[in-house]
Design a protein around this ligand. Structure first.
Ligand code: FPP
Ligand code: MG
Length: 318
């Protein structure tokens, strides 16, 4: 089964997490009962039980296809191991980036970047895999001479997007834990519970400011604009959740809109940023954006197969 090792490594993720589903292109009509703008395909949602499977590697262009006679066999690949070295690099760089002059702020800001509490590293993994998929043109003969693509400036800039994304994500969680008065995060005491609300808010602000500095260093106004919109979306999504009327609470449209702002916007815009940095066309950048959005919205309904087919068609037409 494709990606089975990768998924088994993250099998402990809570039910509401992204991977708690089975995506089946052959799911019956009962699974596609809700027809809203987010539904383009049939999905079987299993609420975290069972063994997830989906042909993500094909979408990312990572599924090695071995042609034997007329049949095509897809080899198993572990998505995490494909970028394991880079994930460590990103994690180390993140630890260095959140160092602050004031000791109290430093220990607060680094709290969730310490070994063992880095989380699932889902976002950096997706973004680095997206970079691999979208940098393929650099491996074409015409681009020969650009050197080892993993060490090019482009790849470093894309790694920077993964770092910025992770800092914004952690900053939003620090603020969220204050708003929710949470006492636990990633298996340890939440920062607000350990160091108090004030320091937790300031640590979130600090991470956000470090993310801004890293973003500015990319000197790409379109990418800056995308990520700035993400921060705005996070705030809107959180406010929508806090202030939902009872009618809105039962509205699927409201729920999906809130979910986009609060959860999907970050990964979708970051995927788009990866594409833009790779010099991809607006069309490909939009597909990268849709991929990120659908990866999150897949919790309920998804248009991943249609995005998948669009990407396949695009590749076939080249
Ligand atoms: C988790 O929600 C929270 C988020 C995904 C985003 C929260 C966003 C803000 C607080 C806006 C401020 C943003 C920045 C960048 C500082 P949850 O409570 O549903 O999930 P949980 O169980 O992980 O806490
Ligand atoms: Mg919360």
């Amino acid at each position: 089964m494709l990606f089975s090792r990768g998924f088994s490594r993250i099998s402990a993720i809570p039910r509401k997490s992204l991977f708690g589903f089975i995506l089946s292109r052959s799911a019956g009509p009962s699974q596609s009962a809700f027809s809203n703008q987010y539904v383009h395909s049939t999905i079987k949602v299993c609420g975290g039980r069972g063994t997830p499977s989906w042909s993500l590697p094909s979408l990312l262009g990572l599924g090695r296809q071995i042609h034997q006679s007329s049949s095509v066999i897809e080899e198993e690949l572990d998505p995490f191991s494909l970028v394991a070295d880079e994930l460590s690099l990103v994690a180390n760089r993140l630890r260095a980036m959140v160092v602050a002059e004031v000791p109290k702020l430093a220990s607060a800001a680094e709290y969730f970047f310490k070994l063992g509490v880095e989380g699932k590293r889902f976002r950096p993994t997706v973004l680095l895999l997206m970079a691999t998929a979208l940098n393929v043109h650099l491996l074409e003969p015409a681009a020969a001479g650009v050197g080892d693509f993993l060490t090019t400036e482009l790849r470093t800039r894309q790694q920077s997007i993964a770092e910025i994304t992770e800092m914004i994500h952690v900053a939003s969680l620090l603020h969220d834990d204050v708003l929710d008065d949470a006492d636990k995060r990633r298996g340890i005491g939440s920062l607000n519970a350990v160091m108090g609300n004030k320091l937790a808010v300031l640590a979130g602000d600090f991470l956000l400011s470090r993310a801004c500095v890293a973003l500015a260093a990319l000197k790409n106004t379109e990418v800056v604009s995308l990520i700035a919109t993400v921060v705005e979306n996070l705030v809107i999504g959180e406010t929508m959740q806090m202030n939902a009327s009872s009618e809105q609470l039962f509205s699927m449209e409201y729920y999906m809109q809130k979910t986009y702002y609060k959860t999907a916007s970050l990964i979708s815009n970051s995927c788009k940023a990866i594409a833009l940095l790779a010099g991809q066309t607006t069309e490909v950048a939009m597909l990268a954006f849709e991929y990120g959005k659908n990866l999150v919205c897949i919790l309920v309904y998804v248009s991943l197969p249609s995005t998948h087919h669009k990407l396949q068609d695009l590749h076939a037409s080249r």
